[in-house]
Design a protein around this ligand. Structure first.
Ligand SMILES: NC(=O)C1=CN([C@@H]2O[C@H](COP(=O)(O)OP(=O)(O)OC[C@H]3O[C@@H](n4cnc5c(N)ncnc54)[C@H](OP(=O)(O)O)[C@@H]3O)[C@@H](O)[C@H]2O)C=CC1
Ligand SMILES: CC(=O)N[C@@H](CCC(=O)OP(=O)(O)O)C(=O)O
Length: 343
């Protein structure tokens, strides 16, 4: 399968390039860049010299449609919504990493992203796809890849929500490394601000709140609100997400653990930790794994769940490749046999 990437010089685009380099059934047919068209990738990133180096072509949809089987959009929200339209019109398959096609509702998108939405007739062509819950019947050629925080949260809560086990309040405290913000420098990602520091941002205003509740309510209508906070932590990669939920009734640790294992039976990329063990960040960084652990407090009846991912892999490029594999009928782990680096 021939794959084109747009937004090639961004963090997500670069991660896609790296993963596809090792893919047994897909190859990169072209890299496209707005800022660096005409240059070689190695002129911008010398580490790609002799490995994944390629010419960066301009972003031209006709050329891409003629020369690839699918296009991956690793572009910012507000840009994907513009670029995708030509491909949808031409029925050329798309996987979009941005937030632009995650809602079926223009107003909802505009409220949370503060940007103009793609028209509804395009939104409705896209399927929001968490690969672990992919249904063959819903196979779509236009796929909206879940957001990074949303991925960690939804995988961590799915077993409880799908089985209606939560009393009401869901409190989520998520922390992300700086690559989650993309490569553009901002005041908050400046070394002096980020190093040795922790900053909570977008309190009650994060754009992944409606994305998370949209999926939770699709699983069980009761769960239409969450308390969600996001913080920057001084690491390059990784999302560490702690969730607190009060259960409807008391459960044994064995029972809860079984429910999680059952939900992710044969789901290679979700690893449920042994009972009472919580994952750390580095055990997933550099891989497509989402590791989930939990601790139950019998006195308060609160279950604390910890879910960790690499934001650029399971939270973005790795999940996009997983979705590409499902779309193409390739084994789900093609190109994703990655060992976390840990040290
Ligand atoms: N970083 C993360 O952890 C995650 C990111 N995402 C989403 O994935 C997408 C990519 O994120 P990320 O790689 O971090 O972002 P970056 O800012 O690192 O890269 C985005 C790239 O898009 C291209 N681009 C920017 N503006 C335009 C434009 N006007 N027209 C065409 N291309 C443009 C640029 O590449 P070039 O100049 O080469 O075209 C840029 O490098 C975003 O939508 C983000 O929200 C989703 C989950 C996690
Ligand atoms: C650390 C950091 O800044 N992370 C970004 C995540 C960006 C992202 O994934 O946004 P969409 O997928 O919704 O486009 C944020 O919190 O906005």
């Amino acid at each position: 399968m021939d794959v084109s990437i747009i937004g090639s010089t961004g963090y997500g685009g670069m991660e896609l390039t790296k993963l596809l380099h090792k893919h047994p059934n897909a190859r990169i047919s072209s890299l496209h860049s707005d800022s660096a068209a005409g240059q070689m990738l190695s002129e911008i990133y010398p580490h790609t010299d002799g490995v994944t180096d390629m010419l960066l072509r301009p972003v031209e949809s006709d050329w891409i449609v003629a020369n690839s089987d699918i296009v991956l959009l690793a572009t910012p929200s507000g840009v994907s919504s513009r670029l995708a339209l030509d491909f949808v019109d031409k029925k050329h398959p798309v996987i979009d990493l941005s937030g632009d096609f995650r809602f079926m509702d223009e107003k909802l998108y505009e409220k949370w992203y503060q940007k103009k939405s793609a028209p509804y007739r395009y939104l409705k062509e896209f399927t929001y796809q968490i690969p672990e819950f992919f249904k063959k019947t819903a196979n779509s050629r236009f796929i909206s890849n879940p957001g990074c925080y949303a991925t960690a949260v939804l995988l961590g809560l799915a077993p409880l929500v799908q089985n209606n086990l939560i009393e009401e309040t869901i409190i989520i405290d998520a922390k992300s490394g700086l690559s989650g913000a993309g490569k553009s420098l901002s005041q908050s990602s400046h070394f002096v601000n980020a190093h040795d520091n922790m900053t909570l941002y977008k309190a009650n205003q994060h754009q992944h709140i409606p994305e998370i509740t949209q999926q939770l309510t699709a699983w069980s209508a009761t769960y239409d609100k969450i308390q969600f906070s996001t913080s920057l932590i001084p690491v390059s990669r990784g999302i560490f997400c702690t969730m607190y939920v009060q259960l409807r009734e008391k459960k044994s640790v064995d029972n809860l653990h079984d429910i999680y294992q059952q939900t992710y039976l044969n789901k290679k990329f979700v690893r449920i930790q042994p009972k009472e063990r919580l994952p750390d960040l580095k055990q997933v960084v550099g891989s497509n794994y989402c590791d989930i652990g939990m601790v139950y407090n019998e006195k308060t009846n609160v279950l604390m769940i910890v879910s960790v991912i690499d934001n650029l892999i399971k939270g973005a490029a790795g999940q996009a490749i997983q979705n590409l594999n499902l779309f193409a009928g390739f084994p789900e782990d093609d190109g994703l046999d990655l060992v976390p680096s840990y040290f």
